[in-house]
Design a protein around this ligand. Sequence first.
Ligand SMILES: [Fe+2]
Length: 352
Amino acid sequence: LLELIGKREMGADVLVVPGDVTNKACPEGLQHGWQLMMEVCAALRAQALVGTIGNHDVNVLKKGGREPLELPKNAHPTFPVPDSPEGFWSDGIWVRQYNRLEIVSINSIADFDEQKCKRGHLRTGLIDKLRERLQISNGCVRIAICHHHPTLHSGMNMGTDDVLEQGDQLLETLGELGFSLLIHGHKHSARLIKSPHGGHLYILASGALSGLCVRDGLRTNVRNLFHLVTLDPVSGAGSPCRGLVETWQFMQDYGWRPALQGATHFPATTGFGAQRTPHELAASTAEWFDSQGLLVQPWNAVIESESEVRYLTPQEFREYEQTLLQDYGVEVWRNEDGLLRSIGRPSGGGPK
Ligand SMILES: [Fe+2]
């Protein structure tokens, strides 16, 4: 990953790690994992490494007769947040600003019952605290991170019973407070969707960055992933924010490469916050394509003609692609690595 960051000259304001740095409360794993995250943070020249705790970072079984939070509280002075973690432990939230970005880390492990820890549980009063702290919009783009998924995430037979308690209320509140993005972990499969509970909020399930992905059968379904999110405020305070998401996957013996939809169920490039619908964008692309009078156009030219297409979520992009084909007879073609290559009409086809 450090090589990939160096080669691509990647940079970031903040590195976000949404919990489960270790496995089954292994102290060495947590310390070593966080140390590695610090190296990644330095390589990105990021101002801060902001995490939260996952169910595996907590000693829920009280191994060695130790209290559940003893491990995460003593793992490293900067874990899970870079400074003054008191609010994170007492209220379950931690808020900081970095340039025009406001980031909120949420502790979704407020109960140490094994099942609740696995499912995710918010501290009583956490949502009220969020409203108190973030009531007034300050012109920043707001993003939140927590470990558990706040809305059902049942793909690839990964279960339906471990969705965060009060997840709907959390999403509703983040939407009302003008948040643009919630990044969560826990599920090993990545996903990017619009919040089903209002506002301009999108939810990025980051997928895994875990040793488990190179063991057992897990890698038949998922890959280790790394995302670079570029936020693009549309116009001033309180307005929606768009974003581009580039994703790389790790494969043993092949290293880090752009994510493959077929392997990760997540594309190498996607986005969120498009200001126009997939149908409107498909109509616009088809009109531009016909105006050019060529049989094929490279994908870069499509983007130059209508850059908003880049901000469609994976699901919206599928709708855009289907509409282009079904309503206008224009097909999207990919190269052998699954990356978008060009659009055109299958031979013999004309405008519908
Ligand atoms: Fe987890």
